[in-house]
Design a protein around this ligand. Sequence first.
Ligand code: GLU
Length: 490
Amino acid sequence: MTDVRVRFAPSPTGSLHIGSARTALYNFLYARHNKGTMVLRIEDTDEKRSTTEHDRGIIENLAWLGLQADEGPDVGGPFGPYRQSERSDIYEAAVQKLLADGAAYPCFCPQEMLEQKNEALLAAGKMPKYDRTCCSLTKDEVAARLAGGEQAAIRFKVPDGDVNFADLIHGPITFSSDVIGDFIIKRTDGGYSYNFAVVVDDAGMEITDVIRGEDHITNTARQLMIFAALGKPAPRFGHHSLILAPDGSKLSKRHGATSVAQFRGLGYLPAAITNYLALISWHPQDEREKFSLAELMEEFEIERVSKSPAIFDLQKLNWLNGLYIREMAPKDLFVAVAPYLADSGMAFAPVQQEVVAEAIQANLVTLSDAPQYAEVFHVDADPATCSGAPDLTGPQSSQLFELAIEHFKQMPAEFLPVPEAREVLRGLVEAAKEKGVKGKAVYHPLRVALSARGEGPELFYLVAGLGKTKILKRLESAAAYAARFADPTL
Ligand code: GLU
């Protein structure tokens, strides 16, 4: 273990967004790559918008992605509590320290007055900034106004000078404190501001590196001032770009799925999502594109994260998802697709399950595609009604189906393993050849008869996965249909 400590600090005001998952991933990979610690801190100070359901959902979806933090509200740790709503005493102590040091002061200015002053500044072409009316109040004046029942917010006294920091992704950044007015750290309602609570927590939790979205860059200046005022060492900061939709706008509902839970529901695999999110801004040393989470932990370096906007590319995520699906053992794949099959009213006997999974594996982009491909093993579609029906009526089809019925009647069991199914099929092809039916005149009509489709899984999968009863039933209806054409008087 090194002393590297990072944190992922979501606000539980919504479901885990794919962009937040990327922040979590980069923190996780940074921690793992540097043999450090990842902390999960739930920033639930917005009581109105934070819910336990979202809190739980975030923890659950992080675990699903494989991004389990080392410390957090679910696993505990030496720097808890890990929910901001449980840390008020810690914030209050920090407020009192800043007040005692003269680094903060109570402010009684009413909201309407502040708004009027800001409007006047704007009208004069100036930047709205607090004019420090309450900064010069004496201790006695403050005490008297509080005793008189007035409510005070607490403002941080912004020191003069520039604030500089070396961003891990953007390089050197400078802010002039001239543009930053004394900001509120504790509101009149008793709540603590984000910029204040986050610093008290990052300091208290001994965070060494803050990796987050670049929408927080301007907050960093304020946060660095508070670290200095508290006499605490500041962490390193790295701000990654935000995920944008292909049209350059913020990724939102109208572009499709945006939360981890939605991608999960659509049948994306966690390994594909983490692989994709890593590649969205990180450039590996070589041309490789496929990285397991373990490989990412090994190879992810923050120096190779680009600051360019990250454009969400669903095609690439789909491609990666397909790769990971094809890597699954058919047994595991069946378990993964079973809920989607069940939703479509499909169930398969245990002996069929691996065959069905293996048969559809190459076609799947997401797990939710499974029903459309597995359907051939399930429905009792009438071959006569399918688009390939004309193929059932070739001059030799009747003969083929009769032969096939005799052949499949000899199947030793209701279901055959794939290798045996291949043998049975080979035997049929041989027997048909002897009768002068060969090539396309065998394969295509047989496929249509067995699946009522012109295309689909390899024939031997159909033979293995359908079961003897279904095979014979379908062949019999195909035979009856073909016979009608062979002899129109029937
Ligand atoms: N709760 C903040 C957010 O979700 C955390 C920002 C930070 O990492 O400091 O945006």
